[in-house]
Design a protein around this ligand. Structure first.
Ligand SMILES: [Zn+2]
Length: 287
């Protein structure tokens, strides 16, 4: 089962989140027919956004992240909501690059080093918060850390691990560490020393998220929630979007093609609308 485990460590001075989301990334893999590189890249972004969604305070809250880089994968878009329903897509799901010398997937090559990362966070009430940051290395963890430092003024360390084998996700997860306001330099240093003293990738992928926060950080109180790869689209939602095009435009489309095809790129679902549907949308004109 996928998990988001959140706790406070160092006497409440540091917020620690551990995500394990193999099932989520596997669902994305079969939905989009991702290559090993595609799933490693999208998987890491799904993990980071799962963390951001778990930080939302309001039940109407949602967050979406778009990475527009010059890499081989094209644009990546991932969004999540308060319920931890997470979904995402990559422009080029079939992206392929030779593995790097250390045997890892070339995620930097898929993302690119030039471009932007944009975050839209909607707390359900006021205007959504929009923050944008330039890409620097194409390393997903670095890009999110930079974004948090520059755009949100919240220093946050990301450790993101997604492993692929023969177009299957064998492990995905991450650790996010954020000092609370007023955290002492000593606490921050102790946590960063602890993490740098171990092979985070190895330890994380071999340990359940709850066990990890207990064994590695000695946490006794923590919350556990289950994130899911789930799209929030529906036929009604697409119908509302179509209606905003106006009756004239929709009737023109029906006249041209006999139907209106819409597609949700997050879950690869087609929604097709016919003349009867348009008549229903604009009943006054029904003949
Ligand atoms: Zn969908």
């Amino acid at each position: 089962m996928d998990k988001v485990v959140r706790t406070l460590i160092e006497n409440g001075e540091i917020s620690l989140t551990v995500v394990q989301n193999r099932d989520m990334v596997q669902k994305a893999t079969v939905t989009h027919f991702l290559t090993d590189l595609g799933l490693t890249t999208l998987g890491q972004v799904l993990t980071a956004v799962t963390y951001m969604a778990s930080s939302l305070k309001d039940e109407k809250g949602k967050v979406s992240v778009t990475i527009k880089g010059d890499g081989e994968g094209g644009d990546i878009c991932v969004s999540g909501n308060y319920d931890l329903f997470i979904r995402g897509a990559i422009d080029n799901p079939y992206v392929y690059l030779p593995q790097k010398a250390n045997g890892k997937e070339d995620v930097e090559g898929a993302i690119g080093r030039k471009g932007t990362i944009t975050v839209i966070r909607d707390d359900g009430y006021s205007q959504p918060f929009v923050g944008t940051c330039e890409l620097s290395t194409g390393n997903v963890a670095d890009e999110f850390s930079r974004y948090f430092a520059l755009s949100e003024q919240l220093p946050t360390a990301f450790f993101l691990v997604t492993k692929a084998k023969e177009e299957n996700c064998v492990y995905s997860g991450g650790i996010m560490v954020q000092p609370m306001p007023g955290a002492s330099a000593e606490s921050v240093e102790r946590v960063s020393d602890l993490l740098s003293s171990m092979d985070v990738e190895e330890k994380l992928s071999a340990t359940d998220a709850e066990t990890f926060v207990k064994e590695v950080f000695g946490a006794t109180e923590y919350t556990v929630r289950q994130p899911l790869y789930r799209c929030t689209c529906s036929r009604e939602y697409l119908r509302d979007i179509l209606m905003s095009f106006g009756e004239e435009e929709l009737r023109r489309m029906i006249k041209e093609d006999g139907r209106i095809c819409t597609h949700c790129h997050f879950c690869n679902t087609d929604y097709v609308f016919y003349e009867d549907d348009v008549n229903e949308m604009f009943p006054s004109e029904q003949k």
